[in-house]
Design a protein around this ligand. Structure first.
Ligand SMILES: Nc1ncnc2c1ncn2[C@@H]1O[C@H](COP(=O)(O)OP(=O)(O)OP(=O)(O)O)[C@@H](O)[C@H]1O
Length: 232
């Protein structure tokens, strides 16, 4: 079976363990097209691991992970790489190449996909303006502030016009005003139809989002995924 339900990404009774006992168990998640989810839970609970299961960087040790209806177990590396063009990831540590400029880092997924220079520069200009980094296009990543890094990481995640964005602590290490700005960008993407999942410790951010978007809040607790309490 490769076809699942209606989710763009689905985890079906998934477990994961890195070799030292089960980190995630009996975990099911369906990201419906255009939905907005927050994923929370204590440090070390497995949020980053769950995100990696969602984009095929890890394969479940039990259960099924489906990306656009395809079971990850049945996808080879090439197919996973292709599906990654449809899933933008904002990594917790940004993962920039420090010897390249901001614009080169943001454009990297386009270059890897072999897309032409004219197209690249149009997309790139638009995107850098969207995240407010036009003036910083030539800077190297180590010269950026925390908020600039996070915005550059978001721009890189969406340069391939993905259908899904998975953001791992996209507002880590930035002040409240900047975290609101990043949230607005993610909400804007969602309004354009992009499915969004944000992993975050920041419960204040989740509360602030409630007035902007209808979001489902999930929490990893004791290896399992559950709906967060109404206090959030
Ligand atoms: N490659 C790995 N090999 C072995 N253990 C790992 C690996 N990656 C993560 N872990 C362990 O799995 C657990 C969950 O890590 P993960 O990064 O998924 O949690 P998290 O909820 O995202 O944490 P944080 O909120 O601190 O970022 C941690 O105990 C971590 O040490």
């Amino acid at each position: 079976m490769t076809r699942g339900g209606a989710g763009v990404i689905e985890l079906d009774n998934v477990a994961y363990n890195y070799g030292g006992g089960e980190l995630l168990s009996e975990l099911s998640l369906q990201l419906a097209p255009g939905s907005f989810h927050f994923l929370t839970g204590p440090s070390g609970a497995g949020k980053t691991t769950l995100l990696k299961l969602c984009y095929g960087a890890l394969r479940p040790t039990a259960g099924h992970a489906r990306i656009f209806g395809r079971d990850v177990r049945q996808m080879d590396r090439d197919e996973i790489a292709l599906s990654r063009r449809r899933v933008g990831v904002v990594h917790q540590d940004c993962q920039f190449l420090d010897h390249l400029s901001v614009s080169e880092n943001v454009a990297l997924p386009l270059a890897v996909a072999g897309q032409g220079t004219a197209e690249q520069s149009d997309n790139l200009r638009e995107l850098l303006a969207w995240v407010g980094l036009t003036e910083r296009a030539g800077a190297r990543p180590p010269e950026l502030s925390g908020g600039e890094r996070q915005r550059a990481a978001l721009a890189r995640a969406v340069i391939m016009s993905p259908e899904v964005v998975l953001a791992d602590e996209p507002t880590g290490n930035v002040d409240w005003e900047m975290s609101q700005r990043l949230l607005r960008l993610l909400v804007e993407l969602n309004r354009m139809g992009v499915t969004v999942l944000i992993a975050t410790h920041d419960l204040q951010l989740i509360r602030a989002a409630k007035s902007q978007v209808q979001a489902r809040v999930l929490r990893i607790s004791n290896r399992r995924l559950q709906a967060a309490g109404a206090d959030l």
